[in-house]
Design a protein around this ligand. Structure first.
Ligand SMILES: [Zn+2]
Length: 577
């Protein structure tokens, strides 16, 4: 994938006004230095969503959503990163730079996309000529419009239909091979991977074909579903079959229904349930969970009611749990024996399927039911065991009302709290801000500086990169040094981008909190406070070094250089007193 230089992103965001970007989509009200609105990412009546023009980021006190103008576009318009960058660049009349090497790579990628597109067309043409395959789709009630929409095709029987039609020269053979369309036998003979199967092209989020799934026509013709292997373009753990079509069919996706097979997705579409996607022969991965929630607040997982289905459902639960921010909901629907979404929607129609979804089990219920399966809850031992099993899982839920309720539920069921976080905190009060420091607690110097840097990153430029406190052993020092170095390397960086830089790190939540604090004073007073704190850190550094040298003097003695340094330090201290 093309990499865009950080400097360009910094400049792009420096030229963009987040208030304009958000305000174009959500009605904003001015409130002091900031703007507020009802959060577009969760349901609420009183506004707890704020946009800061100075820090160039948004934050929701209700659901915790936050980010830059870029992440807002990604989440609100559901754009991929590169598309969001291009959108902002277009607004600002800037051209997205790409290096020459990447341009070649892009050409190469384009050829691969073209080869896959040509294969999809080939399979579509062959569907027209195959009575057998058409009869299969007719039998499933899949009409012409849906066939076109999903680009459904047919891979002919035999071993070289695709190869003969498209592999006309060495280069094209290589491309088709890299696209995952060939298999090779022990003797190195290359032949078509998909044979005598109904073909379902898998589209990426921009509607380009990146892989295929093939389904057998008759039950005993090998594996029911056969997928393309992993290729440069296709990573099955990250793709959802049907997502492209769902996005085309819905302005706003209120819910996504996750099913197991391509035919289920297509059938549901045919019968009017246009919100279904399928994982591609894998369990639900964390990447899937992220992708699902990025596109819809409510996610319904459909599984067979058997033991395998229950196991798959639990895997899905494990993937979504760390992503259950407030405003998101997950449900589990277990189907009766021998049924799948395809058969159900054909018997009961969209209304019947919908009614089943309404009855689906909420995540919380499935969670406690599964955990308590082989446990006798009437005994103390049983309660203790349930609490023990639940704790590490509950700890993964992001801060918020949902996590609090889950922990409360554990206490109700077992009488045992879930650890330190067991006391349920009050639901977040709209636009209430944490005070700059809790009463009776003196903020450390390091924290003092970090808060100011988060409010106005450019202040770090006032601290010389050769400052004298880098070896000071204090909590948070490494983070501070990293922040300073980051701003020196990227002087245009906004608060929003700075926070984004740490998004995947343990410090992210703490930094986010500090950046949200109300900080009295203005830029100039922050600069003076920051310089003052830096001077005090330098003094502490001198003291630390002085003590080190004195300890060395007592233990092993000093060499000439040490003695000179000690003298200088002592004089400097006298000079300051
Ligand atoms: Zn929110």
């Amino acid at each position: 994938m093309a990499r865009i230089p950080d400097a360009f992103i910094d400049e792009l965001l420096a030229r963009t006004d987040i208030v304009e970007v958000v305000g174009g989509r959500v009605p904003l009200k001015r409130q002091g230095k900031e703007y507020s609105a009802c959060c577009p990412f969760h349901d609420e009546r009183s506004p707890s969503f704020t946009v800061s023009p100075t820090k160039q980021f948004y934050h929701c006190f209700g659901c915790g959503a936050h980010g830059t103008a870029l992440s807002f576009l990604m989440n609100y318009d559901r754009l991929e990163f590169l598309d969001a960058v291009e959108e902002l660049a277009r607004r600002n009349g800037m051209e997205v730079p790409r290096e020459t090497q990447q341009r070649n790579e892009n050409n190469d990628t384009r050829d691969l996309f073209n080869a896959l597109e040509a294969a999809a067309r080939f399979f579509q043409r062959n569907l027209e000529g195959s009575d057998k395959a058409k009869a299969y789709l007719d039998g499933r009630g899949v009409d012409a419009a849906i066939r076109t929409q999903f680009m459904i095709g047919y891979a002919p029987d035999g071993y070289s239909a695709l190869k003969d039609a498209l592999g006309t020269d060495e280069r094209r053979m290589k491309l088709l091979d890299r696209a995952g369309l060939f298999s090779k036998n022990d003797r190195g003979h290359v032949y078509d991977k998909f044979r005598d199967r109904v073909m379902f092209p898998i589209h990426d989020r921009r509607g380009r074909v990146i892989a295929f799934g093939g389904r057998v026509l008759q039950k005993d013709d090998g594996p029911k579903y056969l997928n393309s292997p992993e290729t440069a373009l296709f990573h099955k753990g990250r793709e959802l079959y049907g997502l492209w079509q769902v996005k085309q069919a819905n302005q706003k996706i209120a819910r996504l229904v996750v099913v197991e097979g391509y035919m289920d997705v297509v059938s549901l579409f045919q019968f009017g349930v246009k919100e279904a996607v399928a994982t591609l022969g894998t369990a639900t991965t964390p990447e899937h969970a992220e992708l699902l929630f990025r596109n819809a607040p409510d996610v319904y997982f459909c599984f067979d009611g058997d033991a395998a289905g229950q196991r798959a459902a639990w895997r899905a639960l494990e993937s979504v749990l760390p992503r259950m921010k407030d405003g998101r909901q997950a449900f589990f629907l277990f189907l009766p024996d021998g049924e799948d979404p395809d058969t159900i929607v054909r018997q009961e129609g969209a209304a019947g399927f919908d009614a089943r979804l309404q009855e689906a089990m909420p995540l919380s219920e499935f969670f406690f039911q599964e955990l308590g399966k082989d446990i006798k809850l009437s005994t103390l031992d049983g309660k203790a065991r349930l609490a023990e099993r639940a704790r590490p899982l509950l700890a993964q839920i992001p801060d918020g009302a949902f996590g609090d309720l889950m922990r409360q539920q554990l206490t109700v069921v077992t009488g045992v709290g879930a650890g330190s976080a067991a006391t349920p905190s009050a639901p977040p009060t709209p636009t209430r801000r944490p005070p700059a420091t809790s009463p009776g607690q003196k903020p450390s110097l390091v924290r003092h500086i970090i808060v100011r840097l988060l409010h106005k990153p450019a202040l770090a430029l006032a601290i010389e990169s050769t400052h004298g406190f880098s070896a000071l052993r204090l909590p948070g020092m490494e983070l501070l040094l990293e922040l300073i170095a980051l701003v020196h390397a990227r002087p245009d960086i906004t608060t929003g981008v700075l926070l984004e830089h740490f998004a995947e790190r343990d410090e992210a939540a703490a930094l986010q909190k500090l950046a949200m604090q109300e900080l009295p004073g203005d830029e100039e007073s922050w600069r003076l406070e920051l310089l003052d704190a830096a001077v005090q850190l330098e003094k502490q550094m001198l003291q630390q070094r002085l003590e080190e040298l004195q300890a060395k003097q007592r233990n092993v003695g000093l060499d000439e250089a040490d003695k000179y340094e000690l003298r200088t330090l002592l004089q400097a201290r006298i000079g300051r007193h």
